[in-house]
Design a protein around this ligand. Structure first.
Ligand code: CTP
Length: 399
């Protein structure tokens, strides 16, 4: 489902080579269902033409505060009325300075001052010396204090050939930041700890025992919790997934490493969501050298040892976080999930059918608590994660 359906965005371009990325961002915003009105400064039109942005947006592009196309000659007022956000991409050194001081000497700077309660987001883009200059840093701090959301900048190689902080975020990241901005901040101020992915138990230096968990549900929950305003730590087994924006990830392999990483952080967390498919058994003494086939054809004998139950240990902490478990079952979902909830001593367990969840984009979650079960509609894992975070925020006792 498009993420920005019904939203009207004012996309402001200021002078910088990163303007070429604004064309791509415009397309991405439209793909997500947004209606986009483009406003450009004179400097921006040195880097990309208004014709390009007009052809892509299918709407008039605005450049001039005196534009006669506005019947009342008040484009600086008209444009933001009814808009959901003003998004400045790229935001130049000069434009940040103007915003911080409330200067209004062209259409874009004037509409920013005249925008009322419409949120303002800006993606800075400049040479690293310009970004780290004390005046720019003062201006950025002032903008944050004024409630402006800054997206980036990132570190990396720059158009000038130098390297450092000041590079503009990529269109994808800016899009995700805007989508996140619109999510309700139901976990603001909360510290959330999440486990995700499979664990991987070594047999020898080249072989492991693992399972088919992709980690997608846990990563979607980490993203949804971060979007909801929480500080999120994700303890992850091996997966191919990128770390969600704003989430701090700790990579582990064995269940015992996952347990150590979780127990070191559980006391500070308000909420613990255990999504990882933790291996129930590890190998007692993994071989330090690669196991070789035997001449007599006998297979190796592996000694298993039961892994710690991380979720049950966290649930047993005297002043621990509120715990939400996951149960992927192949059958008798309600009976198994409720039994697991009781056995682990946790208030909530979220169930799904393993054969439907594995390798699938969509999922149907069932939330079990002491009152019974509530089924969420089948939807993408990200949508399901957002719905679950909403449910958790509404049910988690304040601590
Ligand atoms: N879990 C955990 N540590 C373990 C095993 C499971 O933290 N060693 C957590 C999972 O992250 C999940 C929940 O417990 O939130 C249920 O996991 P599951 O593997 O379904 O349960 P098990 O305890 O392994 O039960 P069973 O083997 O009977 O299915």
């Amino acid at each position: 489902m498009p993420e920005l359906s019904g939203k009207r965005i004012i996309l402001g371009l200021t002078g910088g080579i990163a303007c070429y990325k604004s064309a791509e961002l415009l397309r991405r915003l439209q793909d997500e269902g947004a209606t986009v009105d483009v406003v450009m400064t004179a400097a921006a039109s040195r880097f990309i033409t208004a014709e390009t942005m007009q052809a892509l947006s299918g709407r008039p592009v605005w450049l001039d505060a005196w534009d006669a196309r506005a019947d009342n000659r008040m484009a600086h007022i008209n444009l933001t009325r009814g808009a959901d956000a003003v998004l400045i991409v790229p935001a130049s050194t000069d434009f940040l300075a103007k915003l911080a001081h409330g200067l209004a000497d062209d259409l874009l700077s004037t509409l920013c001052v005249a925008r009322g309660a419409v949120p303002l987001l800006a993606a800075p883009a400049m040479n690293h010396e310009m970004w780290t200059h004390p005046a720019t840093q003062r201006n950025a701090a002032q903008l944050l204090a004024d409630g402006v959301t800054l997206i980036g900048p990132a570190e990396g190689s720059q158009a000038c050939g130098e390297t450092g902080s000041g590079r503009m975020m990529e269109p994808d990241q800016i899009l995700r930041a805007l989508v996140a901005f619109f999510q309700p901040k139901v976990l603001a101020g909360r510290q959330v700890l999440i486990t995700a992915g499979p664990t991987s138990e070594p047999i020898d230096p080249v072989r492991v025992l693992t399972n088919r968990s992709s980690g997608r549900m846990g990563y979607a929950l980490a993203r949804a919790a971060a979007e909801a305003g929480a500080r999120v730590t994700l303890v992850s087994g091996p997966t191919a997934l990128p770390c969600p924006d704003g989430v701090s990830r700790i990579d582990v392999r064995r269940a015992t490493e996952m347990r150590a990483a979780v127990m070191a952080r559980a006391a500070q967390a308000h909420l613990f969501i255990a999504v990882a498919a933790v291996a129930d058994w590890g190998i007692a003494n993994p071989s330090a050298i690669k196991l070789k086939k035997q001449a007599d054809g006998q297979p190796p004998v592996l000694d298993f040892v039961q892994n710690p139950d991380i979720l049950a240990e966290v649930a047993a902490l005297p002043d621990g976080p509120w715990c939400v478990g996951f149960a992927a079952e192949t059958d008798h979902l309600h009976e198994h999930a409720q039994a697991k909830r009781a056995r682990k001593g946790i208030p909530v367990i979220v169930g799904n059918l393993a054969q439907q969840a594995m390798d699938a984009e969509d999922t149907e979650l069932v939330i079990f608590d002491r009152h019974g079960a509530q089924t969420l509609p089948r939807q993408s894992k990200l949508q399901a994660a957002r719905a679950l975070i909403g449910w958790i925020a509404a049910h988690q006792p304040s601590r």
